[in-house]
Design a protein around this ligand. Structure first.
Ligand SMILES: NC(=O)c1ccc[n+]([C@@H]2O[C@H](COP(=O)([O-])OP(=O)(O)OC[C@H]3O[C@@H](n4cnc5c(N)ncnc54)[C@H](OP(=O)(O)O)[C@@H]3O)[C@@H](O)[C@H]2O)c1
Length: 250
C-alpha cells in the first residue's frame, strides 16, 4: 500500500511489537518518521543504525499526561517541521490485578497511560493539522466492546474511552480534513501478553484456540489495516473503530 511521499509521521509506541512492525513497513517509503519509545530505546537504536529510505528519529518518554504528550509532539514538530499523521500504538497494564482488589493508584495509572496521554497527543497534533489536514489512528482493544477483562478493568475502560474520542475527534476534525480512526486488536501474539499480562505459553496456546479463526493474530494483521488507513485508499474513512480479531466475540 503506497504512503504519500514526504509525509511527516509520528509513531507512539514504535518500540512495541505492533509499532515496530509498522515502522519496518513504513521505513521503505520516502517519508519522515518520528519513533517513540518509553523504556526500550535500544530496539529502535539498532534499527535506525541501518540505511532506510525514510528519515527517522527517536523520541522517548512516558505518555500519561497533557504535559508529557505535549513535549513529544512539540519535539517532533520542531524536528520534522510539522505533523501529518499520528499513530498511537502505546499501551500498558501497570500490573494485572483482579477487579476485587484493584487500587485507585493502579486504576489512575492505567487510565493515564491508555486514555489521558493519547487524548492529549491527539489534541496537540490536531492543533497543528488544522492548517492542512491529517490523520490520527488510535489503538483500542476488541475486548473494550465486551466489558474488558477481569484483571485489566481500568485498561478496558480506558480503551472504551479511546473509542469515544475516536468518534468525537473525527467529528471535530472533519471540517479540517483531519481523519480519526482506531484499530481494535483482538488476541495478537506480541510481548504484551507475556510481559504485561503475565500469561504463560500454555495460556497463550489456549487463548489462540478460542479465536474463531483458530490462531492468534500476527502484528502484520493489525499494521496492514493501519497502513491502509494511512494510504490514499483510506481517505474517505473516519470515525471508525476497526476490529482485527479473527472473529472473536462473533
Ligand atoms: N497485542 C495484543 O493482543 C493487543 C490487543 C489489544 C490491544 N492492543 C494494543 O495495541 C497497542 C500495541 O500493543 P503491543 O502488542 O505492540 O504491545 P507492546 O509490545 O507491549 O508495546 C507497548 C508499547 O507501549 C509503550 N508504552 C508502555 N507504557 C508506556 C507509557 N507509560 N508511555 C509511553 N509509552 C508506553 C511501550 O514502550 P517501551 O517498550 O519502550 O517501554 C511499547 O512501545 C497497545 O495500545 C495495546 O494496548 C494489543
Amino acid at each position: 500500500m503506497d504512503i504519500e511521499k514526504n509525509k511527516k509521521i509520528l509513531i507512539i509506541g514504535a518500540s512495541g511489537d505492533l509499532g515496530f512492525d509498522l515502522l519496518k513497513g513504513l521505513s521503505d517509503s520516502a517519508v519522515t518518521i518520528g519513533v517513540h519509545c518509553f523504556h526500550n530505546k535500544s530496539r529502535l537504536e539498532k534499527f535506525i543504525e541501518k540505511p532506510h529510505a525514510a528519515k527517522i528519529k527517536i523520541f522517548s518518554g512516558d505518555v500519561s499526561s497533557q504535559g508529557s504528550s505535549q513535549k513529544i509532539i512539540d519535539a517532533f514538530v520542531k524536528w520534522a517541521g510539522g505533523i501529518d499523521h499520528l499513530i498511537q500504538l502505546s499501551g500498558a497494564v501497570q500490573k494485572p490485578e483482579d477487579w476485587k482488589t484493584l487500587t485507585q493508584e493502579q486504576w489512575d495509572r492505567d487510565i493515564a497511560v491508555n486514555l489521558t496521554g493519547p487524548y492529549f497527543l491527539a489534541q496537540q497534533a490536531m492543533n497543528h493539522m488544522l492548517k492542512h489536514g491529517g490523520k490520527v489512528i488510535f489503538t483500542s482493544t476488541a475486548s473494550a466492546a465486551h466489558g474488558g477483562g477481569g484483571n485489566s478493568m481500568a485498561y478496558g475502560a480506558a480503551k472504551a474511552g479511546i473509542e469515544c474520542i475516536t468518534k468525537g475527534l473525527a467529528r471535530q476534525g472533519a471540517p479540517y480534513n483531519i481523519l480519526v480512526n482506531a484499530v481494535a486488536p483482538g488476541f495478537i501474539m506480541t510481548k504484551f501478553h507475556a510481559d504485561q499480562m503475565k500469561r504463560t505459553r500454555e495460556d497463550l496456546k489456549k487463548r489462540g484456540d478460542l479465536v474463531p479463526l483458530k490462531r492468534a493474530g500476527e502484528a502484520k494483521d493489525v499494521t496492514g489495516i493501519i497502513t491502509y488507513l494511512l494510504s490514499k485508499s483510506g481517505d474517505f474513512v473516519t470515525g471508525q473503530v476497526i476490529a482485527v480479531s479473527g472473529g472473536d466475540w462473533l
